[in-house]
Design a binder for this molecule. Sequence first.
Ligand code: PLP
Length: 411
Amino acid sequence: MSANITNMSKKTSTRGFETICVSDRLTSRTEHFSHVPPIHATSTFVYESAEKAMSVFQGKEEAYIYGRWHNPTFSVIEEKIALLESYGLGIETPQAVLFSSGMAAISSMFLSLGLKQGDAVLTQGNLYGTTTEMLNTILGLHGITILYENLKDLDRVGKLLKKNKSIKVIYIETPANPTLDCYDLQALSALAKQYGRLTAADNTFATPYLQQPLSHGIDFVVHSTTKFLNGHGNAIGGIVVGTDKEKMKQVWRMRKLLGGTPSPFDAFLLNNGIKTLVLRMEKHCDNAERVAEWLQAHPAVERVNYTGLPSHADHELAISQMRRFGGILSFELKGGVKAGIKLMNGVEHCVLTASLGTADTLIQHPASMTHVQVDKAQRLQFGITDGLVRLSVGIEDVEDIIADLELALAK
Ligand SMILES: Cc1ncc(COP(=O)(O)O)c(C=O)c1O
């Protein structure tokens, strides 16, 4: 039986990136030819004959079978994100598997690798907090070692790969949540290839519009589609994209076996949101650049993490692998954690909440919210300080965002 029937196009797309975002393939429109692909709210699919059913179940013919396995509403968005992640690369369209959340996508990707006791994962200490927690618990409890290292130290990464044969995969999140550090996708993927290891990258902050990990030879790209890809904060979702058909078949199998399947309604909302991805990302970047400059010049601010600032240590690296610098920044106030809390209580327009990538501006405190489960020593070692505040800059009039921060800082 085929892994999924979603990414059927064999040729690379000649359409533009924005055209792919807005266009839905004709076959998704059912016999009634609705303009917008319908929500296939069904748990199973029917056959016109017993012979057809047998043929489908025996893998001789492709057809939708059961809603935990696949659904035409998932196919629309899986194909779209696969095309966007491989846009302009001149490669065959990769496979993509949609999940019920970013965490379902990331954990299923890891579980699909068949890691065993004694194997190791090499990663950075400043991942999204729940990813760290998942690695430590789900993989850690099965005897898999998680090595949190400074992935910017390429010499050390090379030495580790050479010395430690148990490392099976390098997991990279760039830009990282919430420190915005960037990691060199090209160099890390080249090292992994040199030593025969796999790589996976979380591309949630950048989206395929700003960064394409596949172009640097990364094996798996994962996303929380809950964020910029959806863009409106109205559905949870995740996706894994990869070029190796056999490996992606195993990823799909994890959806089938573990059931991290999305709801068709959430997939529909994701497809709606992604149509405006480029317009939104451009405005997120415009606004974040302005807010970062303004914050950096403010006397109450100690440090701003935004790779768009020429003073940022990763500015040149970000230029080399990203189209623009993205919509997220973090900063530390001179007054530390107390001043950060005062700021978050003082804002009236910015919304105090944990997520990111929505049209409106969101503010949060990683140490006590999204990264509360991360070991404090690890958190501090990798720059997630007690006073760090994260801002997901929205697409409002930027003057209103700045005025809100200014008023809150003056309180
Ligand atoms: C970078 C990153 N990866 C993965 C996730 C997990 O995604 P989800 O909340 O959709 O499970 C998040 C959530 O904030 C995130 O910021």
